[in-house]
Ligand binder design. Structure first.
Ligand SMILES: [Zn+2]
Length: 144
């Protein structure tokens, strides 16, 4: 039962009891019930308005999400990409990853692991030539 329905019921009750609107008390009661009725209707209008506002806000929020996605791309994916820079080499089934490089000085195939790769260079175990390598990921984070 809504508030306005309760007020309507109360009005009916007042009439049923034969409250005389000509008396001071009857007049007072009728006025109070009228005000109650107005309040109940106002409150229902407000509740409807708030619900409508909420729907409008949801629509705006959804649209804003679309705009953000267009402007900035999927932010979650971007974060994952940043993490990938660190994970790319070391997180390989939890095992050490080995790489082969051919020494340009002596032609020896040199095997090195991710730790050497992180250093950026290792001396060739055969001839001592310093072998430099660049990470194939095009990140600038090796300056760190
Ligand atoms: Zn060498």
């Amino acid at each position: 039962m809504t508030t306005s329905e309760k007020v309507a019921y109360l009005k009916g009750l007042a009439e049923g009891y034969g409250t005389d609107p000509a008396t001071k008390e009857g007049k007072l009661l009728a006025t109070i019930l009228d005000i109650l009725e107005d309040l109940a209707l106002d409150q229902e209008d407000l509740a409807a308005d708030v619900a409508e506002l909420g729907e409008g806000l949801d629509a705006v929020s959804d649209d804003l999400g679309d705009v953000e996605e267009i402007l900035f791309g999927d932010l979650d994916d971007e974060d994952e990409d940043e993490d990938d820079e660190d994970l790319e080499i070391s997180d390989w089934d939890g095992k050490t990853v080995f790489y082969d490089i051919k020494c340009p000085a002596c032609g020896e195939t040199v095997t090195f692991d991710e730790n050497d790769l992180a250093k950026g260079s290792i001396p060739c175990p055969a001839c001592g030539e310093l072998l430099e390598f660049e990470l194939e990921t095009e990140d600038e984070s090796k300056d760190e």
